[in-house]
Design a protein around this ligand. Structure first.
Ligand code: SAM
Length: 327
C-alpha cells in the first residue's frame, strides 16, 4: 500500500470530481485482488475479524428478519439492500443467509462492476437474484436509479457496512441517507451496519498534548488525523483516515451516536443493538456458533491464538456494530 503522506489534494482528478470525489476515486482505484491474494494482506487478521463481526451481525439480526419475510418453505427467501456494497465482499455471507434477492448499490462505479462480476461468478452457489447500480445514498433517492419492479417488494434487511459515516458531512446528506434506508424497508425489517466510534476517536483527540499542532494518532496499521480539535454541531467534523492495505487517507466524518439514534427515530428506526468491536468479540468468543466460526474465518487458530497483532487489535476497535428495527 501507499504511505499515508499521500494527501488527497495532489491529484487533479480528485480536484475535478468534487464532493465525494476523493472517496469515489479511492475506492474505485483499489484493486480487486481475489480471495487467494487477499491472504497475503499484512492486515489479513483484521480483515478476517471485520468479516467475522459482519457475519455475527447478519446471523443475529438479519436472519430473523429474513426468516419472518415469508412462510416457511425450502426456497431461498428475503430481500436485502447492500448500501455501499463496495466490491461485493458480503455476497458470500448473503448467499449463506439463503436470501432470494439482493440489491447492491455503491457510489464507486468500478467497485459496483466488480461486485456484479463476483455475483455472476458465484451465481450457482448464491442462488439469489441480484441487481446492481452506481448510486450515491447522500444525494439520490433509490427510486432514481432502480426500476420500480426492483423496488416493488420492500426490503427485509438494509445493510450498510463501513460506509454510513461518509454521509455525516451535512445534516442534509444524513437525512437523505436515512430516508433511503427507511423508505424501502418493511416494518419489522432490520437495518444493520458498522461505523467508526466517534466517542473513542474524540477521546484520543483530547489526549493529544494541548500545544500539539499535529492532530493525528494511530499506529502502524491505522492513522487518524483531525483538522480541528473543536467542532460545533453534530455534522461535518472531519478527519482523514488511513488503514494499511485498505483505506488511503480518505476524508471521513464523526458520527455522534446519540444524534445518530435520535435522527434514526425520526425515520421510524428503533435501536436494537450497539457494541464496540472488542465487545462483539468478548460477547461471542464462547458462543456455540460464532466461536467456531471465528476459527473457520481464521480470526483465531484452534489453540485460541489470534491472527491479529496488537496494532491490528487496536485498529479493530475503532468501529462499532449496530442494528435497528423499523417500526
Ligand atoms: N460495504 C463494503 C464492505 O463492507 O466490504 C465496502 C466498504 S468500503 C470501506 C466503503 C464503501 O462505501 C466504498 O465502496 C464507497 O464507495 C462507499 N460509499 C461511500 N460513500 C458513499 C455514498 N455516498 N453512496 C454510496 N456508497 C458510498
Amino acid at each position: 500500500s501507499k504511505d499515508d503522506t499521500d494527501t488527497p489534494d495532489e491529484s487533479p482528478v480528485k480536484k475535478y470530481i468534487g464532493r465525494s470525489g476523493v472517496v469515489v476515486e479511492h475506492y474505485n482505484s483499489r484493486p480487486e485482488v481475489g480471495v487467494i491474494q487477499r491472504l497475503d494482506s499484512p492486515i489479513i487478521g483484521l480483515k478476517n475479524f471485520n468479516n467475522w463481526v459482519k457475519s455475527v451481525l447478519i446471523s443475529k439480526f438479519a436472519h430473523p428478519a429474513l426468516a419472518a419475510s415469508s412462510v416457511r418453505t425450502q426456497k431461498n427467501k428475503g430481500k436485502v439492500l447492500d448500501l455501499g456494497c463496495g466490491k461485493g465482499g458480503d455476497i458470500t455471507k448473503w448467499s449463506k443467509a439463503k436470501i432470494s434477492d439482493y440489491v447492491g448499490a455503491d457510489i464507486a462505479a468500478i467497485s459496483v462492476e466488480q461486485a456484479q462480476e463476483r455475483w455472476e461468478t458465484n451465481r450457482n452457489a448464491s442462488r439469489f437474484q441480484a441487481s446492481f447500480a452506481t448510486y450515491d445514498f447522500c444525494t439520490q433517492n433509490l427510486e432514481d436509479v432502480f426500476d420500480p419492479d426492483i423496488l416493488a417488494k420492500p426490503f427485509d434487511v438494509v445493510s450498510s457496512q463501513f460506509c454510513i459515516h461518509y454521509a455525516f458531512e451535512k445534516e442534509e446528506t444524513v437525512r437523505r441517507m436515512f430516508r433511503n434506508v427507511s423508505r424501502w424497508l418493511r416494518p419489522g425489517g432490520t437495518f444493520i451496519g458498522t461505523i467508526p466510534n466517534a466517542e473513542q476517536l474524540l477521546e484520543r483527540l483530547r489526549e493529544l498534548p494541548p500545544e500539539s499542532q499535529d492532530l493525528s494518532f494511530g499506529n502502524a496499521v491505522y492513522k487518524v488525523r483531525f483538522e480541528s480539535r473543536e467542532h460545533s454541531g453534530f455534522f461535518g467534523h472531519k478527519y482523514w483516515f488511513f488503514l494499511q492495505d485498505a483505506v488511503q487517507d480518505v476524508p471521513e466524518f464523526l458520527v455522534h451516536w446519540d444524534n445518530f439514534v435520535s435522527v434514526a427515530a425520526e425515520y421510524d428506526l428503533q435501536l436494537l443493538y450497539k457494541e464496540e468491536f472488542h465487545d462483539v468479540f468478548s460477547e461471542h468468543r464462547d458462543h456455540p456458533e460464532f466461536g467456531p466460526l471465528m476459527v473457520r474465518m481464521r480470526v483465531m487458530d484452534v489453540n485460541g491464538e489470534s491472527s491479529m497483532d496488537e496494532d491490528q487489535w487496536e485498529a479493530a476497535n475503532i468501529y462499532i456494530a449496530f442494528a435497528f428495527t423499523k417500526r
